[in-house]
Design a protein around this ligand. Structure first.
Ligand code: PHE
Length: 338
């Protein structure tokens, strides 16, 4: 048995030298160490040995097994190293290949315009304030000097909800909320969504407004004009012409609408401006004393002005979109152009 063990060891070591792949190594391992392997067989036969021989052969068998286990381990390591080196030689990374472009999103055109408007007014010292889109009749109408029987209510095609709630038809209710929350002076803009039952080339049921409010001790109407002229020049360029037309809003007195020269035909007259050369962009006026009374401001002490503009309309003029409904159809081919 001693000779057999030594032969097995010699044979196995010889065979290991010839092994060139990890598959071959694994087969060889099974040949010697497997359940029916050569070494395993010898170990199994130990039971038949006499009591004197068993410890001597047992010791030898263990030595052979340890030696072979180490040899197999060493062979495995060197095979792994070889493989790795081969891989390093054959595989290479082409660092000159162009990288993969990550898909990126960007702000919706209406949001881009809204951010621009906000930037212009905040730089003039206005603070950004927001308010709820689900409003009460009180904030949307009554406190803005528009009681239930007031004809101006009909001008707003309102989405009514239950319990005297509605979707705000403009951002003016936030004027009221802001004045209830703070003492004058107030200098705020209110960006956000408003809703009206309306759908055609220049109206969508949901749209965006920016409301402005300035209240202080003495605020002349000329200051309103100055702020709006400055806004329009920054938004549409220095060549922009402006005009103010008298108008009516229940919450301002006097009131006006501001037009700018058409950005498409530069005032000559075209389809976009209905051949007038002018396009209306906002409503404005001096805050009505009734509104001050509704928030417990003393109209003898303070004056102010307010304005409100539609963001889609302005985005329209900026980007020259013929139909504002395309802003909300979510066609990526359209949206990617901005
Ligand atoms: N709230 C008015 C509208 O939606 C705009 C406006 C705001 C007019 C503030 C005057 C003062 O039409």
């Amino acid at each position: 048995m001693k000779a057999e063990l030594e032969a097995i060891q010699a044979e196995a070591l010889e065979a290991l030298k010839a092994v060139k792949s990890s598959n071959a190594l694994e087969s060889l391992r099974i040949e010697y160490f497997g359940r029916k392997g050569k070494l395993t067989d010898v170990m199994k036969g130990m039971g038949q040995l006499s009591n004197e021989k068993r410890p001597i052969i047992g010791k030898l068998a263990n030595e052979v097994r340890t030696a072979l286990t180490e040899a197999f381990e060493a062979a495995k390591n060197s095979l792994n190293n070889q493989q790795q080196e081969q891989q390093l030689e054959t595989e290479s990374i082409d660092i000159t290949l162009p990288g993969r472009k990550p898909a990126y999103g960007k702000a919706h055109p209406v949001m881009q315009t809204l951010e621009r408007i906000e930037a212009i007014f905040t730089q003039m010292g206005f603070q950004v304030v927001t308010g709820p889109e689900v409003e009460t009749e009180h904030y949307n109408f009554d406190a803005l000097n528009t009681p239930p029987d007031h004809p101006a209510r009909d001008l707003h095609d309102t989405f009514y909800l239950t319990d005297g709630h509605l979707l705000r038809t403009h951002n003016s209710p936030v004027q009221i909320r802001a004045m209830e929350n703070q003492k004058p002076p107030v200098r705020i803009i209110v960006p956000g969504k408003a809703y009206r039952v309306d759908y055609d080339v220049s109206h969508t049921p949901m749209f965006h407004q920016v409301e402005g409010l300035l209240v202080d001790r003495h605020v002349p109407f000329s200051e309103l004009k100055g702020v709006l002229v400055s806004f329009a020049r920054q938004m549409f360029g220095d060549q922009t012409q402006m005009r103010f037309r008298p108008h009516f809003f229940p919450f301002t007195e006097p009131s006006a609408e501001m037009d700018i020269s058409c950005t498409v035909c530069l005032g000559k007259g075209c389809r976009s401006c209905g051949h007038t050369g002018w396009i209306e962009i906002l409503g404005a006026g001096a805050v009505d004393p009734e509104v001050f009374r509704a928030v417990n401001y003393d109209p003898e002490e303070v004056t102010g002005f307010a304005f409100g503009m539609g963001v889609e309309r302005i985005a329209n003029l900026q980007f020259r979109i013929p139909d504002i409904r395309t802003f909300y159809e979510n066609d990526l081919r359209f949206l990617h152009q901005f």
